[in-house]
Design a protein around this ligand. Structure first.
Ligand code: GDP
Length: 179
């Protein structure tokens, strides 16, 4: 089997309440008790885990430390400058969180101008169809403007959450292979 790549540091970003903790729990395996020992370095806000993507292992260190309420700009800057990739979350039921994602994307561009840092714009809570405030087409258009990928997910239904992690790994590999 291929050697695992060095850990990729993936940071969850987004307004409060969009589902970052839910994403981190699914990644850590908390939502599936069979898997709960899988995580080698699990804390509240940091989890390192090997996953297999397209038949090749990859190690992801998932960082869920973003806290808009308590963090100052300096701390936020640290998260933004130390990541290999980002999952930029909003909730499809909360237009303000969608606007916040745009702001964060602009801030990211300022802090990590290195091009090709993989970012996936994630519209979470797509199970809440009747409370939808942001159309799929709007998310899609926004991602096109931002030059990033787009996916709609439901952490509650465990829909597309792993797809978003696989997507990040695929983008990181594309970047690695093009070097
Ligand atoms: P965070 O502040 O970004 O970490 O958001 P949380 O992960 O704590 O989620 C905020 C609330 O939204 C919690 O009550 C979650 O159970 C709920 N939630 C998260 N993801 C989903 C989802 O995909 N669908 C639904 N219906 N609720 C969700």
């Amino acid at each position: 089997p291929a050697e695992p790549e060095s850990p990729y540091r993936v940071v969850l970003l987004g307004a409060s309440g969009v589902g970052k903790t839910a994403f981190a729990s699914i990644f850590a395996g908390a939502a599936d008790s069979m898997d709960s020992d899988d995580c080698e370095l699990c804390g509240e806000e940091l989890c390192e885990k090997e996953i297999e993507v397209d038949g090749e292992p990859a190690i992801i260190t998932l960082v869920d430390m973003w806290d808009e309420q308590t963090d100052n700009e300096w701390t936020q800057e640290q998260y933004m400058q130390t990541a290999d990739a980002y999952l930029l979350l909003y909730s499809i039921t909360d237009r303000a969180s969608f606007l916040r994602a745009s702001e964060l994307r602009i801030t990211l561009r300022r802090f990590c101008p290195a091009r090709h840092t993989p970012i996936i714009l994630v519209g979470n809570k797509c199970d809440l169809v009747r409370r939808r405030e942001v159309l799929t087409s709007e998310g899609c258009a926004c991602a096109a403007v931002f030059d990033c990928k787009f996916i709609e997910t439901s952490a509650a239904m465990q829909h597309n959450v792993w797809e978003s992690f696989y997507g990040i790994v695929r983008q990181l590999r594309l970047r690695r292979d093009s070097r």
